[in-house]
Write a protein that binds this ligand. Structure first.
Ligand SMILES: Nc1ncnc2c1ncn2[C@@H]1O[C@H](COP(=O)(O)OP(=O)(O)OP(=O)(O)O)[C@@H](O)[C@H]1O
Ligand SMILES: [Mg+2]
Length: 254
Protein backbone atom coordinates (compact mmCIF):
# COMPACT_ATOMS: atom_id res chain seq x y z
CA UNK A 1 0.00 0.00 0.00
CA UNK A 2 1.31 3.45 -0.86
CA UNK A 3 1.77 6.01 1.86
CA UNK A 4 -0.10 8.59 -0.20
CA UNK A 5 -2.63 7.63 -2.87
CA UNK A 6 -4.29 10.17 -5.09
CA UNK A 7 -7.20 8.48 -6.82
CA UNK A 8 -8.87 10.17 -9.77
CA UNK A 9 -8.80 13.59 -8.13
CA UNK A 10 -10.54 16.53 -9.80
CA UNK A 11 -10.72 20.07 -8.58
CA UNK A 12 -12.98 22.68 -10.09
CA UNK A 13 -13.90 26.21 -9.05
CA UNK A 14 -17.29 27.13 -10.48
CA UNK A 15 -17.10 26.13 -14.11
CA UNK A 16 -13.30 26.22 -14.21
CA UNK A 17 -11.70 22.80 -14.07
CA UNK A 18 -8.22 23.18 -12.55
CA UNK A 19 -7.12 19.59 -12.01
CA UNK A 20 -8.52 16.59 -13.80
CA UNK A 21 -8.17 12.89 -13.14
CA UNK A 22 -4.99 12.97 -11.04
CA UNK A 23 -3.63 9.60 -10.05
CA UNK A 24 -0.47 9.28 -8.00
CA UNK A 25 1.07 6.86 -5.55
CA UNK A 26 3.89 7.99 -3.32
CA UNK A 27 5.91 5.95 -0.85
CA UNK A 28 6.83 7.27 2.55
CA UNK A 29 10.10 9.20 2.41
CA UNK A 30 9.88 10.17 -1.26
CA UNK A 31 10.83 13.69 -2.24
CA UNK A 32 8.63 14.88 -5.12
CA UNK A 33 9.30 18.11 -6.96
CA UNK A 34 6.35 19.62 -8.85
CA UNK A 35 6.71 21.82 -11.91
CA UNK A 36 4.27 23.26 -14.43
CA UNK A 37 3.19 26.52 -16.02
CA UNK A 38 1.81 29.30 -13.88
CA UNK A 39 -1.85 28.77 -13.03
CA UNK A 40 -1.91 25.07 -13.86
CA UNK A 41 -2.92 24.06 -10.35
CA UNK A 42 0.25 23.14 -8.42
CA UNK A 43 -0.68 25.20 -5.36
CA UNK A 44 -4.21 23.87 -5.61
CA UNK A 45 -2.81 20.36 -5.45
CA UNK A 46 -0.76 21.23 -2.35
CA UNK A 47 -3.88 22.67 -0.70
CA UNK A 48 -5.66 19.40 -1.36
CA UNK A 49 -2.76 17.45 0.16
CA UNK A 50 -2.80 19.78 3.14
CA UNK A 51 -6.52 19.24 3.65
CA UNK A 52 -7.19 22.95 3.32
CA UNK A 53 -9.56 22.16 0.45
CA UNK A 54 -11.49 19.05 -0.45
CA UNK A 55 -11.37 17.69 -3.99
CA UNK A 56 -14.49 18.13 -6.13
CA UNK A 57 -14.16 14.49 -7.07
CA UNK A 58 -11.91 11.57 -6.17
CA UNK A 59 -9.99 10.84 -3.02
CA UNK A 60 -6.63 11.31 -1.37
CA UNK A 61 -5.54 8.66 1.11
CA UNK A 62 -2.76 9.01 3.66
CA UNK A 63 -1.69 5.68 5.06
CA UNK A 64 -4.86 4.13 3.66
CA UNK A 65 -7.19 6.62 5.33
CA UNK A 66 -9.04 9.52 3.76
CA UNK A 67 -7.34 12.84 4.56
CA UNK A 68 -8.75 14.73 7.51
CA UNK A 69 -11.01 17.55 6.35
CA UNK A 70 -8.69 20.15 7.84
CA UNK A 71 -4.93 20.53 8.14
CA UNK A 72 -3.44 18.66 11.10
CA UNK A 73 -0.02 17.94 12.55
CA UNK A 74 0.67 15.14 10.06
CA UNK A 75 1.32 17.75 7.35
CA UNK A 76 3.50 20.82 7.56
CA UNK A 77 3.63 23.59 5.01
CA UNK A 78 6.00 26.35 3.92
CA UNK A 79 4.93 29.02 1.42
CA UNK A 80 7.05 31.33 -0.69
CA UNK A 81 6.61 34.18 1.79
CA UNK A 82 4.83 35.35 4.88
CA UNK A 83 4.30 32.11 6.67
CA UNK A 84 5.87 33.28 9.94
CA UNK A 85 4.29 35.50 12.61
CA UNK A 86 5.85 38.97 12.30
CA UNK A 87 5.06 40.01 15.87
CA UNK A 88 6.77 37.02 17.48
CA UNK A 89 10.48 36.50 18.06
CA UNK A 90 12.20 33.65 16.21
CA UNK A 91 12.13 31.27 19.18
CA UNK A 92 8.46 32.02 19.93
CA UNK A 93 7.52 31.52 16.29
CA UNK A 94 8.70 27.93 16.54
CA UNK A 95 7.83 27.11 20.17
CA UNK A 96 4.27 28.31 19.56
CA UNK A 97 3.55 25.22 17.47
CA UNK A 98 4.14 23.05 20.52
CA UNK A 99 2.16 25.34 22.78
CA UNK A 100 -0.92 25.99 20.68
CA UNK A 101 -2.47 22.55 20.31
CA UNK A 102 -2.64 22.21 24.06
CA UNK A 103 -3.73 25.75 24.68
CA UNK A 104 -7.35 25.14 23.74
CA UNK A 105 -7.82 23.17 26.92
CA UNK A 106 -5.09 24.31 29.21
CA UNK A 107 -4.07 27.76 28.14
CA UNK A 108 -0.43 28.36 27.22
CA UNK A 109 2.11 25.94 28.58
CA UNK A 110 3.64 26.76 31.94
CA UNK A 111 6.78 25.88 33.83
CA UNK A 112 8.62 22.74 32.80
CA UNK A 113 6.48 21.99 29.75
CA UNK A 114 7.04 25.48 28.43
CA UNK A 115 10.76 25.24 29.10
CA UNK A 116 10.88 21.90 27.25
CA UNK A 117 9.01 23.34 24.28
CA UNK A 118 11.45 26.24 24.08
CA UNK A 119 14.50 24.01 24.39
CA UNK A 120 13.17 21.76 21.67
CA UNK A 121 12.51 24.79 19.45
CA UNK A 122 16.01 26.16 20.13
CA UNK A 123 17.63 22.85 19.12
CA UNK A 124 15.68 22.79 15.87
CA UNK A 125 16.57 26.43 15.17
CA UNK A 126 20.21 25.57 15.75
CA UNK A 127 19.85 22.81 13.19
CA UNK A 128 18.49 25.18 10.53
CA UNK A 129 21.26 27.68 11.23
CA UNK A 130 19.31 30.21 13.30
CA UNK A 131 20.78 29.40 16.70
CA UNK A 132 22.22 32.91 16.90
CA UNK A 133 18.94 34.66 16.09
CA UNK A 134 16.49 33.29 18.66
CA UNK A 135 15.53 36.72 20.02
CA UNK A 136 15.18 38.50 16.70
CA UNK A 137 11.92 39.42 15.00
CA UNK A 138 11.27 38.12 11.44
CA UNK A 139 11.66 41.62 9.97
CA UNK A 140 15.23 41.63 11.27
CA UNK A 141 16.06 38.49 9.26
CA UNK A 142 17.12 38.11 5.64
CA UNK A 143 14.80 36.29 3.21
CA UNK A 144 16.82 33.08 3.50
CA UNK A 145 16.73 33.24 7.29
CA UNK A 146 12.97 33.78 7.24
CA UNK A 147 12.55 30.67 5.13
CA UNK A 148 14.77 28.70 7.53
CA UNK A 149 12.47 29.91 10.28
CA UNK A 150 9.38 28.85 8.31
CA UNK A 151 10.92 25.41 7.78
CA UNK A 152 11.68 25.06 11.50
CA UNK A 153 8.14 26.17 12.27
CA UNK A 154 6.76 23.43 10.01
CA UNK A 155 9.13 20.74 11.34
CA UNK A 156 8.57 21.34 15.06
CA UNK A 157 5.26 19.48 14.80
CA UNK A 158 7.06 16.44 13.41
CA UNK A 159 4.86 16.17 10.34
CA UNK A 160 5.06 13.07 8.18
CA UNK A 161 4.54 15.14 5.04
CA UNK A 162 6.17 18.47 4.26
CA UNK A 163 4.54 20.66 1.60
CA UNK A 164 6.70 23.40 0.13
CA UNK A 165 5.20 25.94 -2.27
CA UNK A 166 8.09 27.66 -4.07
CA UNK A 167 9.84 28.08 -0.74
CA UNK A 168 13.03 29.49 -2.26
CA UNK A 169 11.48 31.42 -5.15
CA UNK A 170 12.27 34.80 -3.63
CA UNK A 171 15.87 34.00 -2.65
CA UNK A 172 19.17 34.78 -4.36
CA UNK A 173 20.79 31.86 -6.22
CA UNK A 174 23.67 31.51 -3.73
CA UNK A 175 21.35 31.38 -0.77
CA UNK A 176 19.11 28.96 -2.60
CA UNK A 177 22.02 26.52 -2.87
CA UNK A 178 22.49 26.65 0.90
CA UNK A 179 18.79 26.06 1.37
CA UNK A 180 18.92 23.01 -0.91
CA UNK A 181 21.68 21.56 1.24
CA UNK A 182 19.71 22.24 4.38
CA UNK A 183 16.53 20.74 2.99
CA UNK A 184 18.29 17.58 1.82
CA UNK A 185 19.97 17.18 5.21
CA UNK A 186 16.67 17.56 7.03
CA UNK A 187 14.97 15.19 4.63
CA UNK A 188 17.62 12.50 5.09
CA UNK A 189 17.51 12.89 8.83
CA UNK A 190 13.74 12.90 9.30
CA UNK A 191 12.62 10.67 6.43
CA UNK A 192 9.85 13.10 5.68
CA UNK A 193 7.77 12.73 2.57
CA UNK A 194 8.23 15.99 0.67
CA UNK A 195 6.20 17.71 -2.06
CA UNK A 196 7.92 20.81 -3.32
CA UNK A 197 6.61 23.17 -6.02
CA UNK A 198 9.25 25.07 -7.93
CA UNK A 199 9.48 27.25 -11.01
CA UNK A 200 13.16 26.49 -11.30
CA UNK A 201 13.57 23.42 -13.48
CA UNK A 202 17.13 22.76 -12.40
CA UNK A 203 15.98 22.84 -8.78
CA UNK A 204 13.17 20.46 -9.78
CA UNK A 205 15.64 18.02 -11.30
CA UNK A 206 18.43 18.25 -8.76
CA UNK A 207 16.44 17.95 -5.55
CA UNK A 208 14.41 14.94 -4.68
CA UNK A 209 13.65 11.48 -5.94
CA UNK A 210 10.85 12.19 -8.36
CA UNK A 211 9.77 15.00 -10.66
CA UNK A 212 6.06 15.48 -11.37
CA UNK A 213 5.13 17.65 -14.32
CA UNK A 214 1.67 19.24 -14.31
CA UNK A 215 0.24 20.25 -17.66
CA UNK A 216 -3.02 20.76 -19.49
CA UNK A 217 -3.28 18.07 -22.11
CA UNK A 218 -6.58 19.19 -23.53
CA UNK A 219 -7.21 22.83 -24.42
CA UNK A 220 -10.37 24.33 -25.87
CA UNK A 221 -9.67 27.92 -26.98
CA UNK A 222 -13.39 28.73 -26.78
CA UNK A 223 -13.74 27.43 -23.24
CA UNK A 224 -10.50 28.06 -21.32
CA UNK A 225 -11.90 26.60 -18.11
CA UNK A 226 -13.23 23.40 -19.63
CA UNK A 227 -10.18 21.26 -18.96
CA UNK A 228 -7.73 20.97 -16.14
CA UNK A 229 -4.11 19.91 -15.69
CA UNK A 230 -2.91 16.37 -15.22
CA UNK A 231 0.38 14.87 -14.19
CA UNK A 232 1.89 14.38 -17.62
CA UNK A 233 5.33 13.18 -16.60
CA UNK A 234 6.48 11.34 -13.51
CA UNK A 235 10.25 11.10 -13.75
CA UNK A 236 12.49 9.18 -11.34
CA UNK A 237 15.48 11.26 -10.23
CA UNK A 238 18.78 10.82 -8.47
CA UNK A 239 19.15 7.05 -8.61
CA UNK A 240 21.57 7.02 -5.65
CA UNK A 241 19.09 8.81 -3.45
CA UNK A 242 16.32 6.49 -4.58
CA UNK A 243 18.44 3.42 -3.86
CA UNK A 244 19.24 4.66 -0.36
CA UNK A 245 15.56 5.32 0.25
CA UNK A 246 14.50 1.92 -1.12
CA UNK A 247 17.11 0.20 1.08
CA UNK A 248 15.85 2.05 4.11
CA UNK A 249 12.20 1.33 3.35
CA UNK A 250 13.09 -2.34 2.87
CA UNK A 251 14.89 -2.36 6.22
CA UNK A 252 12.02 -0.74 8.09
CA UNK A 253 9.33 -2.95 6.56
CA UNK A 254 11.06 -6.17 7.67
N1 LIG B 1 -10.07 29.37 -4.35
C1 LIG B 1 -10.11 29.53 -5.68
N2 LIG B 1 -11.23 29.95 -6.29
C2 LIG B 1 -11.28 30.11 -7.63
N3 LIG B 1 -10.24 29.85 -8.46
C3 LIG B 1 -9.11 29.44 -7.90
C4 LIG B 1 -8.97 29.26 -6.49
N4 LIG B 1 -7.71 28.82 -6.23
C5 LIG B 1 -7.10 28.74 -7.43
N5 LIG B 1 -7.93 29.11 -8.42
C6 LIG B 1 -7.60 29.10 -9.86
O1 LIG B 1 -7.05 27.85 -10.14
C7 LIG B 1 -6.00 27.95 -11.10
C8 LIG B 1 -4.76 27.28 -10.53
O2 LIG B 1 -4.21 28.07 -9.51
P1 LIG B 1 -2.93 27.63 -8.69
O3 LIG B 1 -2.65 28.73 -7.74
O4 LIG B 1 -3.13 26.27 -8.12
O5 LIG B 1 -1.83 27.55 -9.85
P2 LIG B 1 -0.26 27.35 -9.71
O6 LIG B 1 0.11 26.24 -10.63
O7 LIG B 1 0.13 27.22 -8.30
O8 LIG B 1 0.28 28.72 -10.32
P3 LIG B 1 1.63 29.53 -9.95
O9 LIG B 1 2.75 28.75 -10.58
O10 LIG B 1 1.44 30.85 -10.61
O11 LIG B 1 1.74 29.62 -8.46
C9 LIG B 1 -5.85 29.42 -11.39
O12 LIG B 1 -6.54 29.69 -12.58
C10 LIG B 1 -6.52 30.11 -10.22
O13 LIG B 1 -7.07 31.32 -10.60
MG1 LIG C 1 1.27 28.41 -7.01
Amino acid sequence: MSFISVNNVWQRYGDQVVLEGLNLHVNEGEFCTLVGTSGCGKSTFLRLLLGQETASKGQILLDGKALAAEPDASRGVVFQRYSVFPHLRVLDNVALGLELPRSRLLGRLFGKAKQDAREHAAILLQKVGLGHALDKYPAQLSGGMQQRLAIAQALIMKPRVLLLDEPFGALDPGIRKDMHQLLLELWRETRLTVFMVTHDLSEGFSLGTRLLVFDKVRVDPHAPGAYGARITYDIPLNSERRKALAAELGATSK
